[in-house]
Design a protein around this ligand. Structure first.
Ligand code: AMP
Ligand code: ZN
Length: 472
């Protein structure tokens, strides 16, 4: 097919512009993504943010790149906050009441996160580092920051000295004045600047997780974990860092100050941030109690991938309003699309369209991906292809191919919904017979299948089948 390879442009929050992707390591794009905090279940807002690196990796791979993704698991710090969020789930409360260890709590919610991610067809990252396993690396970074004059210790607690890093505030476009105005609550009077953030905190009384350090027993701040894990696994120059829009400040601003403070050079090529998922005009948040879990939607009868379909209809950077009506619409559209793919795959008059007719669709799909992951444009193309006069076979094969990026299981309805009773077992038996080179048996099974109206052909990829539509 006359395919073109478009230049990939991604929106960089740091420069507020779309920039051409130029991977540091030829051919491999290295990506670090802020992951979940595992003392509670993730909600679909969190999952929207985690879908960004999934779409990014799938798109880049579709366009011929290799990717290496790291997503961290935050199992330190937040885990032992002394106050519970409002609307805290019973599991954590019961875990506390049952005297579970932070490790047990983290293991439970990490597994729950992996389940949700799998339900949403999020491809697995190459690495899922746990913050608790990187304490020595964090301590090293903090030591280096003190040595370089970017941090200071007071009474066993280490703060980052934001005045020592003139670029502090650049990512979030915060000025020191605004930072000052943004400081709420009581400020530790030992801080040089109220905006100085914690790198290491001396352990208070009721802490469950405490590590020894050169500054005494304590635990790391939240931001330092991502500097430590990203640079440990991807090196001190990597291509893309993702997170939610709410991570820009303070989390990623602090990460830049830390990583660049230690290395003396730019570490992250491109900062990508996903827009927030809203519910009735407010940010979906665990602490406010206004959230849905993917499994709740599942229990209500929605296909979990309907949420994926919904998310694909908005650009990743824009806010997206969640509603069950919207989800219901996405669910219907998704099921409908799968049925069409099934019908088209088994159409009787299945002649493929010529490459020349298909190529423009393929090229526009690729161009949409390359344009800062323009999924609404890609989904519009799905609709356009659906209503085009391409052959059914061409439509089905394009959609199944695009599904490598969309991840909607578009071919799910194909075998089950269309093969007559008994045919799947015969196909399976015939596949085995062929593998065992029992051609007499395989021919007999082919005849049996033909009797059920299923035509089988053998291709390099294995058996292909078609079902004749019953005559009216
Ligand atoms: P947390 O487990 O609280 O650290 O959150 C995990 C990720 O979810 C973070 O990267 C947040 O930016 C993201 N996130 C939290 N709330 C929302 C929301 N309403 N919409 C989209 N992303 C969110
Ligand atoms: Zn992070």
């Amino acid at each position: 097919m006359g395919m073109t390879t478009p230049t990939v442009r991604l929106y960089n929050t740091f420069t507020r512009a779309k920039e051409e992707l130029r991977p540091v390591g030829a051919g491999v794009v290295r990506i670090y993504s802020c992951g979940p905090t595992v003392y509670r279940y993730v909600h679909v807002g969190n999952l929207r943010t985690f879908m960004l690196p999934d779409l990014l990796c799938r798109s880049l791979e579709y366009l011929g790149y290799q990717t290496e993704q790291v997503m961290n698991i935050t199992d330190v710090g937040h885990l032992t906050d002394d106050t519970f969020d409002r609307g805290e789930d019973k599991m954590l409360v019961s875990a506390r009441l049952e005297n579970k260890s932070p490790e047990q709590i983290a293991a439970y919610y990490t597994a729950a996160f992996m389940d949700d991610a799998a339900k949403l067809n999020l491809n697995r990252a190459a690495h899922y580092p746990h913050a608790s396993q990187y304490i020595p690396q964090m301590i090293d970074l903090i030591g280096a920051l003190i040595a370089r004059g970017h941090a200071y210790e007071v009474g066993g607690t280490v703060y980052y000295d934001i005045a020592s890093f003139p670029a502090y505030g650049k990512l979030s476009r915060n000025t020191t004045d605004k930072l000052l105005a943004g400081v709420r609550g009581e400020v530790d009077p030992r801080k040089r600047h109220p905006g100085d953030f914690t790198l290491w905190k001396a352990a208070g009384a009721h802490r469950l997780q405490v590590w020894p350090s050169p500054w005494g027993p304590g635990f790391p701040g939240w931001h330092i974990e991502c500097s430590a894990m990203s640079m440990s696994l991807l090196g001190d120059r990597f291509d893309i860092h993702t997170g939610g829009a709410d991570n820009v400040f303070p989390h990623h601003e602090a990460e830049i100050a830390q990583s660049e403070g230690v290395t003396g050079h730019q570490v992250v090529g491109c900062w990508m941030h996903g827009g927030l998922l809203m519910l009735a005009g407010a940010r979906m948040a665990k602490s406010a109690g206004n959230f849905f879990r993917l499994s709740e939607l599942d229990e209500q009868g929605f296909d979990p991938l309907a949420f994926r379909f919904l998310a694909l209809q908005a650009r990743y950077r824009t806010k997206l309003n969640f509603s069950t009506e919207g989800l219901a619409g996405a669910d219907r559209a998704l099921r409908n699309l799968r049925e069409r793919v099934a019908d088209w795959s088994t159409d009787e008059n299945n002649v493929d369209s010529g490459d020349a007719e298909v190529a423009p669709y393929e090229n526009r799909f690729r161009a949409a991906l390359a344009d800062d992951l323009d999924m609404p444009a890609a989904m519009a193309l799905v609709a356009r292809l659906t209503h085009s006069d391409l052959s059914p076979a061409a439509k089905a094969s394009r959609l199944v191919s695009w599904d490598q990026v969309l991840g909607l299981d578009l071919d799910r309805a194909r075998p089950a919904a269309t093969l007559p009773d008994g045919a799947p077992a015969l196909l399976e038996a015939r596949g085995k017979a062929r593998a065992a080179k029992d051609f007499a048996m395989s021919d007999r099974l082919r005849d049996e299948l033909a009797g059920l109206g299923v035509t089988v052909t053998d291709t390099a990829e294995g058996q292909r089948w078609r079902v004749a539509k019953p005559r009216p």
